[in-house]
Ligand binder design. Sequence first.
Ligand code: NAD
Length: 415
Amino acid sequence: MKKENMLNAALKNLELTAEKIRLDPDIHEKFKYPKRCLIVSIPTRMDDGSIRVFTGYRVQHNMERGPCKGGIRYHPDVTLDEVTALAMLMTWKCAVVNIPYGGAKGGVVCDPKKLSGGELERLTRRYTSEIGIIIGPDKDIPAPDVNTTSEVMGWIMDTYSMNVGHSVPGVVTGKPLSIGGSKGRWEATGRGCVYVSLEALKYKKIDPKKATVVIQGYGNAGSAVARLIAKEQARVIAVSDSRGGIYRKEGLDVNKVIEFKKRTGSVIGFPGSKKISNEELLTLPCDVLVPAALENVITKENASRIKARIISEAANGPITPEAGEILHGKGVLVVPDILANAGGVTVSYFEWVQSLQAYFWSEEEVNQKLKKIMVNAFNDVVRVMEKEKVDMRLAAMMLGVGRVAEAARVRGLYP
Ligand code: NAD
């Protein structure tokens, strides 16, 4: 899907949901538009002494249920439409897991691989200063996304704090632990995905100990899913990265694969495994398929060949709408991204709460609270799915949009 179409697709999804829940047309009209879009120029001193001006965005879609929350991505292809669509998705995602936030997203058009550490830091600090007029711990709390790290979050926290004259750890999440980050944040997306995948297995009456799992993408989300689902004694039979996939019928030792990738840069060549392509990997027979890499990898071209019984979308948007219909027709249970990868924003919420209180939790406490939220959200979505006889994606949207609509209704329209 072209990026320009991402916003159209988000609006189309909203329209389908609105019809289904008989959304008040006035509230629907309001939800179609972001509350605020800020476009900023970011003049940055380059290492050669020259100044380059980058473009940055921060879009706040909705604040009806609380302050806005959403990541910041650094990528050459970032567009205002893409950032707006992702901000809207964040609104629904926060509502599905029932955390008190609205949705936002930010982005800077740049290629961080072509910037030095110093250039990246100066760009981040100036961008933070420019969007400083709309972010804040009770207004809008950024987080990491594509190509932004905990180090970048640390610079954001420091710059905002310098501008207001005191430390404000609650302005951003995904920070290093030493300045108020949360334990468990870095594996939270994968962990949340495993919690809902285990619920999905239970729903399909499949014993996790007998389940086979296939994972596309072995980065932050994918490798955490592999490690944590293997702990439940499920058999991870195939994993992949951008260079291709590896397969072993008897199951892979996922921790050794993580070490191997760290050492060699790829999963390819892992001893005892057979090399397969990413396309072959997607169509392997398995109980749970976890796309954890890119968007639009399951399309109308390959959907009919998918043999998984459950798909848990760790990545954002890995299945196109047409493919989604084909999979639903085949009886595949698709746990949609706004539920399956909501563990990241949930532990970001925990980090914000801890930062505001300056009181920090143990990793066990974080994981326990995450499990409760993810399992409750899964069951809430299943209830809507069964009652309304829709697929899980539409059920999650109905739940999320319905919750935001209820907040909008009781708050009323200002003035
Ligand atoms: P990452 O960069 O850590 O990992 C991405 C992985 O995908 C890497 O192993 C990479 O090699 C692989 N990959 C890249 N191109 C590929 C290709 N063509 N085929 C197969 N594999 C390929 O990223 P991440 O943080 O794990 O994010 C992955 C997905 O999860 C993204 O869609 C992201 O938006 C989503 N997500 C992540 C988080 C989070 O907290 N990390 C939260 C919500 C959603």
